[in-house]
Ligand binder design. Structure first.
Ligand code: SF4
Ligand code: SF4
Length: 314
């Protein structure tokens, strides 16, 4: 947090000292933009309000189409550094989206593709076609670290344009030709932007430690968790509260731990009669929340590559 504030003060000072270059009007606009972005950054660090328990009118649904990643960040909450190469098949995606679309009744407003790194998926464009086929009115987004964006060919960009996808890049301290990528995206009328909570010069990670004994108070953890009722995934016919449960077998396999997923930890899509049942499931604590020490969340971890140490996650 201290680094974030110091960085923001530097940037505000720089804008003010550049007034002779940009003039008063442009400087004022830049200052307002910077302060608005700062407000967003600070919100990102604050604990979420306790509205987790309320049934939301609509849901955002994400698909984790790869488990592994080409960046392998310290403490990745999808456990990607520990994952073997694994891709969600278009057949599975089709079944899940088909079933969801038959019951959602306009209550899904967003379909997001993430990972791991989704651009590693060899059938990514088949999946984007499926998203458009089953959810033509939802907002479509790919969340990526951006490493593979500049090497994509026109077929990729045309497909994203056809299927109305936007690209959200999570910013890391790696060299990324963002301006080149943005120009290419604009050529195909695709929105391409950096995600919220990311900053130009720094990347600070946080860690929500896992409690291997599973003896936290699940209700308190759920209410305080920023992912609860907010970061929903569909995976192999099941609806999950968060990416942690989707990929916990990767963690268990790697560290030989035994964090158990109970059948009450997910909603089985085949048993859904309507989408309200899913919205109701999402507002309630699940047994797995007892493994998350949300109140011990650590902020301000300097970004670096994972060394695959247990201490990155507990
Ligand atoms: S880029 Fe994202 S998915 Fe990949 S390792 Fe880093 S945090 Fe995990
Ligand atoms: S298991 Fe519960 S507390 Fe843990 S990240 Fe998921 S929703 Fe949050």
């Amino acid at each position: 947090m201290k680094k974030l504030i110091a960085n923001k003060i530097c940037r505000l000072k720089k804008i003010i000292t550049d007034v002779s270059i940009y003039g008063y009007k442009k400087t004022f606009t830049l200052l307002v933009k910077e302060m608005w972005a700062t407000f967003g950054n600070i919100l990102y660090y604050l604990p979420p309000p306790s509205f987790r328990k309320y049934k939301l009118p609509r849901a955002n649904i994400r698909l984790m189409i790869t488990s592994h990643c080409n960046l392998n960040c310290i403490g990745c909450n999808a456990f990607s550094p520990l994952a073997k190469e694994e891709f969600l098949s278009p057949k599975v995606v089709k079944n899940d989206l088909k079933k969801l679309s038959s019951i959602h009744n306009g209550k899904i407003q967003y379909i997001g593709l993430s990972g791991g790194e989704p651009l590693l998926h060899p059938d990514l464009l088949k999946i984007t076609d499926l998203v458009e086929q089953f959810f033509p009115s939802a907002y479509h987004e790919i969340t990526t670290n951006g490493i593979l964006l500049n090497s994509q060919n026109d077929t990729f960009w045309e497909n994203l344009k056809k299927n109305k996808f936007c690209i959200c890049i999570t910013r890391y301290p790696i060299s990324l030709p963002f301006n080149e990528i943005k120009i290419k995206a604009e050529k195909f009328q695709i929105s391409c932007y950096y995600g919220a909570g990311t900053d130009e010069n720094i990347r600070i990670m946080s860690k929500t430690p896992l409690n291997l004994k599973g003896n936290e108070n699940k209700v308190k953890m759920f209410r305080a968790c920023s992912k609860a009722n907010n970061c929903t995934f569909i995976h192999h016919g099941k609806i999950f509260q968060c990416p942690v449960i989707v990929n916990i077998t990767i963690f268990n396999d790697y560290f030989k731990t035994n964090l158990k997923v109970h059948k009450k930890d997910y909603f089985n899509l085949n048993s859904a009669k309507n989408f309200d049942q899913i919205l109701d499931f999402l507002r309630k604590p699940i047994p797995f929340c007892r493994y998350c020490s949300i109140h011990k969340k650590v902020y301000g971890i300097q970004w670096k590559k994972s060394e695959k140490q247990l201490s990155e996650w507990v």
